[in-house]
Design a protein around this ligand. Structure first.
Ligand code: SAM
Length: 281
């Protein structure tokens, strides 16, 4: 495949009599420059990469030009013979007909890439964006970069800073383990068929160690979850509803780390969540 355009995607679909399934998030990217941006951002020269949902293989094609090996997981069995044709010029691509959410990715990396760190690049199916991202991040996989096309609204939440309306538990999770950055915004007209929402590409480079030091990561994330449990309530009320500690003790605990009980969860930095989680347990 040389140059991808909306006309080319439509040509492939009509050649194979392929009908797009909305329920599988099948909005195929038809911009050559965005495909190249995603593949470049993954930084996979002579390394391994996993792609989730190759579709017709347009991103796979760009990944295969750069990577040592591409492993692509596609749930839709109608796409497997199409991918065999569209990717026939590459001997470094393996397509597996599997649901990413039912695949043990740690096991897959071990079997397919050995001890090497790999990256993940994908134009994600939007109906499962959050479960895919959280499971790739939470499972502490040996990943280098995660570069994903997602809904603009989710990209805004992942990259949001404390004190802004988009800042929430997913911002903290992603920023704790990775360094998220916006690669580019992508208009709906660059997909076939166009989705109902705007999109963006986000790159998350995995940190060697988490952004802030904590003794107990489980307690850190329990504190974060509690803090964001009711956005209109104060931090004190959110914590009181989620920990078996009375308000007067909680007030003292919060004041011991210079966090006013009247603040809202969305104003706390990662450092403040870390300090709070250390004293609340
Ligand atoms: N990579 C292609 C592109 O950029 O044009 C297709 C991207 S399309 C947004 C999402 C792809 O993910 C589709 O091919 C869809 O069939 C596949 N998909 C949907 N759910 C999946 C799942 N649970 N596991 C693996 N692939 C899935």
């Amino acid at each position: 495949m040389d140059f991808i355009s909306p006309a080319e995607i439509k040509r492939i679909a009509s050649r194979y009599g392929f009908v797009f399934k909305k329920g599988l998030g099948q909005n195929f990217l038809s911009s050559q420059s965005v495909l190249e941006e995603i593949a470049d951002a993954a930084e996979i020269e002579n390394e391994g990469v996993i792609e989730i949902g190759p579709g017709f293989g347009v991103l796979t094609n760009e990944l295969a030009k750069r990577a040592e090996k591409v492993l692509a997981l596609e749930i839709d069995d109608r796409l497997i013979p199409i991918l065999r044709d569209t990717l026939s010029e590459y001997d470094n691509v393996k397509v597996i007909n599997k649901d990413v959410l039912k695949t043990d990715i740690a096991e897959l990396i071990k079997n397919e890439f050995g001890d090497k760190r790999v990256s993940v690049a994908a134009n994600l199916p939007y109906y499962i964006t959050t479960p895919i991202i959280t499971s790739l991040i939470e499972n502490r996989l040996p990943l280098k970069n995660l570069v994903v096309m997602i809904q603009k609204e989710v990209a805004d939440r992942i990259t949001a800073q404390p004190g802004t309306k988009n800042y929430g538990a997913i911002s903290v999770l992603c920023q704790f383990y990775t360094e998220p950055e916006l690669v580019c915004n992508v208009g709906a007209e660059l997909f076939v068929p166009p989705p109902k929402v705007d999109s963006a590409v986000v790159k998350m480079a995995f940190r060697d160690k988490p952004a802030v030091e904590v003794k107990d990561e489980k307690m850190f994330f329990r504190t974060v979850k509690a803090a964001f449990s009711q956005r209109r309530k104060t931090l004190l009320n959110c914590l009181a509803a989620n920990f078996p500690i009375n308000k007067s003790d909680l007030t003292k605990i919060m004041e011991s780390v210079d966090i006013a009980p009247t603040r809202r969860g969305e104003t706390l930095s990662l450092e403040e969540f870390a300090k709070l989680s250390e004293v609340i347990c």
